[in-house]
Each structure stands twice: as structure tokens, then as C-alpha cells.
Design a protein around this ligand. Sequence first.
Ligand code: NDP
Ligand code: HSE
Length: 437
Amino acid sequence: MKPINVGLLGLGTVGGGTLTVLRRNEVEITRRAGRAIRVKVAAVRNLEKAQSLYAGEDIKITTNPMDVVENPDIDTVVELIGGTDLAKSLVLKAIANGKHVVTANKALLAIHGNEIFAAAQAKGVMVAFEAAVAGGIPIIKAVREGLTANRIEWIAGIINGTTNFILTEMRDKGLAFDTVLAEAQRLGYAEADPTFDIEGVDAAHKLTILSAIAFGIPMQFDKAYTEGISKLTKEDIQYAEELGYRIKLLGITKRTAQGIELRVHPTLIPYRRLIANVEGVMNAVLVKGDAVGVTLYYGRGAGAEPTASAVVADLVDVTRMHTADPENRVPHLAFQPDALSNAPILPMSEVCTAYYLRIRAFDKPGVLADMTRILADLEISIDAMIQKEPDEGQEQVDIIILTHETVEKFINQAISKIEALATISGKVTKLRLETLG
Ligand code: NDP
Ligand code: HSE
């Protein structure tokens, strides 16, 4: 059968990895796909660098991405340049030209996915995006196809490799934040703008995609709550450990009677949970379905070949379905496009979870009583509490309170009242806690 001709937009970490994997496993991939998958053309910015790296390859390298998306010989375009502006116009142009698209670009899909999938649907082409969430873990396939019998209840995952790598290296090796971030960049894990990783934006992009395919809702990145790891202190990491918890940057999306929770934030997780022990660049995603219960998916969340593994899997899928009737393909967002739900995304103030509070208080009689009264008045129940010894010559102590589940607006009211007490110094630190039972 005639080979499938592929055009790559980008030959960086993921583009380069994709080429390597296609080359190394060519025979196996062809046996699986039923026909050869050939990269014919690739677009880059720096022509000289790419030509020297890929000298001897039978690939046309260009600095004009239009040479890829307008090329009549190309069947499938693989978008690996990143960003949301140029990438969007190139993907829409490829779709308009009747080409299938594979992309690893979670930012593009979280922000413009609704428009891109509608265009692909109208044109009868596929847009595949396994690499956009959790690197090499086939989580899109699992949620969209493997768990299709289930009513999904919630998903919680470590879905950013860079931040998990940073948290692990800082804790285990005592390295400075900036040192570890530089290493994550060197290893090709970080986004072009690493604040996307650190501030939880990249995880929120991925969570937006997961939420859409789990609950059959449109992409609503603008409604995601996003909090990163930049304000996390080593005291909080240490106190959490003392109480039996690990802090991880989690993406959580949950179906509730009131609407859908969609949130990314540092989260205390009981140390005994498998996911609390996921370290380094590894990602892990828990999915709770009503029939299957909790399932766990684990693997490398970033880097050249793990991500290429997902890109090539999509290329094989698209190749196998190339001649299939569009109506017989798996819908882009798992649910039929005319069957999407309009369930609202809950504002953070309505989210229900448990909390870790760190309060800096003067070591005086009645301090604890004042705080517990405030919590009791708001019907917030305390799960655990510790008061640290004051440091030598200090009048202030850290008090740590773990609460049972409550609605976020109530904990915010309690914090305002606690901060107003004369015996309290500075701001209360609030972190969320999930038992993931
Ligand atoms: P890189 O920065 O390593 O590579 C980007 C590539 O795109 C480079 O080859 C670059 O060319 C090319 N490029 C950028 N802008 C243009 C342009 N205007 N015209 C032509 N070529 C252009 O990025 P990654 O490979 O790390 O990431 C690519 C995508 O994959 C992003 O969407 C990212 O979020 C996603 N992703 C990345 C993962 C990872 O682990 N790195 C994992 C999962 C997803 P040049 O080299 O000449 O500058
Ligand atoms: N910057 C991302 C991460 C790449 O660290 O997880 C994988 O999507």
C-alpha cells in the first residue's frame, strides 16, 4: 500500500524524538500501521542547525511552514512548534487542505480546541493529541476508549513533569529551585516559557483536555483554577511530611451535583497513596469510573522519546483510520459533537475539599481556643493539629491545622477571621488536601 506522507512542523525536542522513534522502529511500526509512515518535509526556524543535525536524511527541511501545510503530497501534518497563534493558523490551514493533524500542543487545544475540532469535524479529518497530556502515558486513549463504559466521577493527576522533577530534586538533593529548573530545561522537559510549568498553566491546559473527554463538555480553560508551586515553602513541605503527607502539584477535575470542578494546585496527599510516591519527571493519573473503580496510569510525562511514543501512536492510529468513514471514527472529545453537556464549571469558592492551614501565632494562652472557635462557628471540623516549639528567642510559633472537607468559601471566611486576631502574625498559609480514597 502507498506510504502515508507526513509533514513535521518543528524538529525540536519532540519533533527530533519523533523522527528518531520512526526511524528506529520503522519495521515494527509499518507492521502495525499496515503501511509505511514517511516524513517527507519538516519546518524549522534555524535551517542551518536542522540541516547539520539531519544531514543525510531524505527529508526536505524548510523555514516556511506553508511548505508543509500547503504541500499536496502530505497526508498528515504533525504540529510540534508550540504556541497558540502560528500553530492555530497552521493547524486550521492543514485541516482546510484536508490533512489529518497530530499535535502535542496542549495550550493550543485547551484554548482553541473547540474551534479546531469543529473545523476538523466539518472537513472529515482527524486531529489526534495523545502527546498533549502526560507525555508518553496513553491517557487520552484510556479515558476516551478504554473507559468508555463508565460514568467518570473524577480524575486527579500529576500531569506536569517539570514541577514534579523540581519538587523531587529540591526535597531529595536539597538543590535550589533555579538549579533544578535549569536542569529540567536542559533535559527538554520545560515549556518554551517555563512559567507555564511553574505556575500550573501547563497542567491546567492538560486538565482542561482531560475534563472535556471525561465529562463530554467543551474545552473551558478560562474557567480553570490555576495555582503553581512558586509560593510553596520548604517549611510547608516539611510539616506535611511530618503529618504523613507529600505535596504534589495536582490537576483535579470532578463531577459534582452542582457542576464540574477544574483545578490545579499544590496538594497534600497521604504518603501511603501510590501517587504520592511518583517522583522526578514521572506523571501519574488516577481516574475514577463508576464501573471500574479507581485506575492508575503511570509513566514519563515529558522528554523527547516518551512524548514521541505518543505522537507516533497517534500517527499509527490516523494511518489505520485513514480510509475509514469519518462517522466510524472515535469522536475527538470522546462524546458525539452534538451530545456535549453544558454542565457548569464551579468557581473555586464552591469547591469542596480538606485543608492544611499554617498559622504564625504568638505563644500566648487562648490562641488555640480563638482559632478553633472560629472554625467551629463555620462548621469546619478539625482533623489534626500541631503546635511547633518556638525557635530560640522567638515569641511566635507555627500552628498547623488539618481540616476535614468543607466548602472553600467557608475556609476563606475562617482565614479572614483568624488573620484579624491580635494574636496572629501575618497571613495564614492555605493548601488543599485530598485523600484520593
Ligand atoms: P522545542 O522548542 O524543542 O521545538 C520547537 C520546534 O519548532 C523547533 O524545531 C523550532 O525550530 C520549531 N519552530 C518554532 N517556531 C517555528 C516557526 N515559526 N516556524 C518554523 N519552525 C518553528 O519544543 P518541544 O519539542 O519541547 O515542544 C513542542 C510542542 O510539544 C509544544 O507544544 C510542547 O508544549 C509540546 N510538548 C512538549 C513536551 C516535551 O517534553 N518537550 C512533552 C509534551 C508536549 P528551531 O529549532 O529552528 O528553533
Ligand atoms: N513541560 C511539560 C511538562 C512537557 O513538564 O510536563 C510535557 O507536556
